[in-house]
Design a protein around this ligand. Sequence first.
Ligand code: NAD
Ligand code: DAU
Length: 371
Amino acid sequence: MLKESSKAKLRIWNIGAYNMSYTRNILITGGAGFIGSHLVRLMVNKYPHYRIVNLDKLTYAGNLKNLSDVEEKTNYTFVKADICDQKAIIDVFSNYQITDVIHLAAESHVDRSIEGPMEFVMTNVVGTVNLLQCAKDAWKDTEGNIFHHVSTDEVYGSLGAEGLFKETTSYDPRSPYSSSKASSDHFVRAFHHTYGMNIKLSNCSNNYGSHQFPEKLIPLMINNIVNKKPLPVYGKGDNIRDWLWVNDHASAIDRIFHDGRIGEAYNVGGLNEWTNIDLVKYLCGLLDEKLGRASGENESLITYVADRAGHDMRYAIDATKLENELNWRPSLEFEEGLSITVDWYLENSEWIEDITSGSYMDYYNDMYKNR
Ligand code: NAD
Ligand code: DAU
């Protein structure tokens, strides 16, 4: 006679690889992007009893090659769709019996939001509300479903020389990007307060690591240094960002998704503030060494250029709540993480070449379209 607990286990696992029934079917949006791909990899590998459905529109920022190492895993599925497309999202909830959502899909680059805000309104605001609405309808007869919204510290605005962003800091977004993310955060909270949806939010500082699109500061500077191109530092380079290794952000999302309190927001960061110019100079020195160039050679590439419009001066996160409540800590010192990151870009030059040539966009058609 099987005990009840063993029967439950059998029901869950139903081993026969392709018949496995999963304990959760988690929809991760934006999983082909920078942070999303790290989170998808973590979840697929750590939780074989979860089905991970990665939904991504594959904009310029989406690159399925980021996930080539997990694409054959039986608990991983990719769906190409736009979060603004109501029918497509309803179908995904129904086809995969989605139990939970971790929402990362977004337009994420501040400079692009200054050039053209509308795409940011569409994806970050309208897309998020569409996703919330579809989740609410799909989950009307079930309980315990979680909607985890991944947001940014930029919603809090810009700091002066002192102080840190806390979860209680008032929202004061100042760029079209941060305004669209703040708006999406408000809608997520509204679905909790109005409809009782089980939401969680996380607001993280600047991420760095492998697979980051080379329009963002760190991969752009590494790529330009390698190719001996000018290093465009905005303004005087005295703006401050608080950097966290992307895998530490992924581990924080994992922790908050599983153990964070319903209806709560958690700040994520590692108390690691750098002025842009100090960071660029540090990268120059690191790459002098790694590329065997003369000391100071790379620094001569630094070029001060016109400042970003409305450039936020300083971001800095207080992650005490996450540390105290959920016992999360960053796993790496910045210098170690940066060295690992630089080595990855040096060893994976074809990843950047695929992006600069545009061939990364063919991967979906080559590998997925006829599946
Ligand atoms: P990214 O630009 O690298 O990736 C975004 C992904 O979303 C891409 O794969 C893209 O194809 C997809 N996407 C865009 N529009 C879509 C749509 N309409 N429908 C479906 N998919 C769509 O972004 P990232 O840096 O990985 O950021 C991920 C999330 O984390 C964003 O919500 C961002 O606001 C937030 N965040 C980023 C940072 C950071 O430092 N990069 C820090 C804190 C929070
Ligand atoms: O704080 C979290 C945010 O960090 C995320 O929400 C955003 O999605 C992410 O893009 C990032 O925003 P930033 O604007 O801080 O990141 P970015 O890499 O674009 O720029 C970092 C800093 O470097 C910023 O002060 C602007 C400056 N910069 C950037 C670029 C691309 C330069 O001086 N030169 C550059 O060429």
